[in-house]
Design a protein around this ligand. Sequence first.
Ligand code: MN
Length: 203
Amino acid sequence: MTFKLPKLNYSYEALEPHIDKLTMETHHLKHHQTYVDNFNKALDGHEKYQEMEIEDILKSLEELPEDIKTAVRNNGGGHYNHTIFWEIMSPNGGGKPVGELAKKIDEDFGGFDRFKEDFKAAALGQFGSGWAWLVLDSNNKLAIVSTPNQDNPISEGKKPLLGIDVWEHAYYLKYKNKRADYIDSWWNVVDWEKVSERFNEVK
Ligand code: MN
């Protein structure tokens, strides 16, 4: 089995004006495709890992053979992170979570606005390339974490529910150096229904 670039559930221009068409197209067809290709290359000849779910590979990075560990961490991580990213965005996104996830956000962060502030601070504070995440941690609490490069919180035993890509390739064409403006605009495409589904699957 080889890993494949997932199809998007919307067109490249669908997230305009928040994320522009050229950024989406380049990000999916070039950046994500390259992670997929390099992930498959790293696993070439390692059938055991080719048959595994990507989550299980990333959960046990330390057990990987030394010669492929870094390539899998970077490119397997890149594939997994972007797959989540496409999935939790939608042209019909925005607004607020409802139901159990909303309640849990209130409990664990002291309200949705407070959560958004903390999440933005984590996304802004990630120095250089990386991601900010909403996760469910091992104590069953929601938490915000940031990760460098293409690391994913799943490798730290946390369950990622929502993530924002803050590599410059995710926003530079439209927002230039203004990462804060990209984050503010990105909330408009977050698909809270999908994030709730992810929460219900792991809680
Ligand atoms: Mn990216």
